[in-house]
Write a protein of this length. Structure first.
Length: 380
């Protein structure tokens, strides 16, 4: 079902901007330094309605526009990229339930996830097989009216904190299923959170799984896990790309502010040196160009474009490169001061690299787009 694609309400955008400056910036800095999950930050994001924005929720006043959601994500990310990432797994699990779930699953888990009352975890990646669905080693075996799920997962965000996890497991040698697992089950055993170069504080951890769940825990068909993963992953890539816009935008803000405040023989370096102006111009052009690509991709999400997989991969390529290059250029403006923890730039520099590596390496996105190019021109 398509929805009307529309920008974020200006009043809500203003609220996000004000709260971002007043509270999110400090909380994001704390999360980055301690690498500990912040319940205060999560509850604040829920109060702001961020997890609800992609969904139709009359009570919350949201009409379900993904375009509006990515604008909200960008604004939050400009104050703290880790804050913008906090809603990601919950939204992805909620989207899977919204599209593939039964009325019972929507009532038990979906409504709470969409409202922000519950926290979700996406449990797909494994220690030895990465994100290749063909090599998953976690198994789900039918036992009467139940499923017994056993295996190990890696890089599961919010593993120690989530209320429900969507666990992907083999239901046969060639089939993959997706299961909603109540994380209060003693068979859900997260390991110690992994220390990260950037985006720590999500409780990202390995998980040992040995649970018995009712038949009603199966989301979609027994062999529908791959379709569920593909059906939600493209949107996740567009959401991730919106986070990179926030990172790039903040890097530009920091660099421009430094260039206006740092003087050389009584004159701000940004006004005195054309080279600084050129760097800032390049940064602004890259951020603005990437934002336009994200908005176009978000509109493709809203209209359920059949080529969304390729559009999302292409968007990730453009935006990941922008984040890495823009944060690096900001370092050139700020010099050695940018490497100090007195400036937020050193964090932005670490975050700017993440999306060339995380959530599907950039080389994989290039392959997806490249195969589409060959298909497009193959008949000529």
């Amino acid at each position: 079902m398509t929805v009307e694609s529309r920008p974020l309400d200006p009043d809500l955008l203003a609220i996000l901007r004000d709260v971002g400056k007043e509270r999110i910036r400090d909380l994001a800095t704390q999360v980055d330094r301690t690498q500990e999950f912040s319940r205060e930050l999560w509850e604040l994001l829920c109060e702001l309605g961020l997890p609800t924005m992609p969904f139709v929720d009359e009570e919350a006043g949201h009409d379900g526009s993904f375009r509006a959601y990515v604008e909200g994500i960008e604004e939050v990310a400009s104050h703290g990229a880790c804050a913008a990432l906090y809603s990601g797994p919950t939204v992805q699990v909620a989207t899977a339930i919204d599209r593939f779930g039964t009325p019972e699953q929507k009532e038990r888990w979906g409504q709470g996830l969409i409202s922000g009352g519950l926290l979700g975890a996406w449990s797909f990646t494994e220690p030895q097989t990465g994100s290749d669905p063909q090599q998953i080693q976690t198994w789900a075996r039918r036992d009467g009216d139940e499923w017994v799920i056993t295996g190990s997962k890696m890089f599961t965000s919010f593993a120690p904190h989530a209320d429900v996890a969507l666990v992907f497991a083999k239901t046969s040698e060639r089939r993959l299923g997706a299961f909603l697992v109540d994380t209060t089950d003693p068979g859900w055993q997260p390991g110690p959170p992994i220390k990260m170069l950037a985006f720590g504080g999500q409780g990202t951890a390995p998980v040992s799984i040995d649970v018995r769940v009712p038949a009603s825990a199966l989301l979609g068909a027994e062999d529908g896990g791959f379709d569920i993963m593909v059906g939600t992953e493209s949107e996740a890539k567009v959401r991730a790309s919106a986070i990179t816009i926030g990172i790039g935008r903040r890097a530009l803000e920091e660099a421009a502010t430094y260039a206006l405040g740092r003087e050389h023989r009584g004159e701000p370096i940004g006004q005195k040196f054309p080279t600084i102006q050129g760097i800032l111009g390049e940064m602004a052009a890259q951020v603005d160009g990437a934002r336009a690509v994200v908005h176009a991709a978000a509109e493709a999400v809203d209209r359920r474009d059949p080529n969304l997989k390729v559009i999302a991969a292409s968007t990730r390529i453009v935006c990941a490169r922008m984040a890495r290059e823009v944060t690096s250029l900001a370092m050139q403006v700020c010099g050695a001061y940018g490497f100090t923890q007195e400036m937020v730039l050193e964090r932005l520099y670490r975050e700017g690299k993440f999306y060339e590596v995380g959530q599907g390496v950039i080389e994989l996105q290039k392959m997806i787009v490249g195969k589409d190019v060959l298909k497009r021109y193959g008949g000529k």
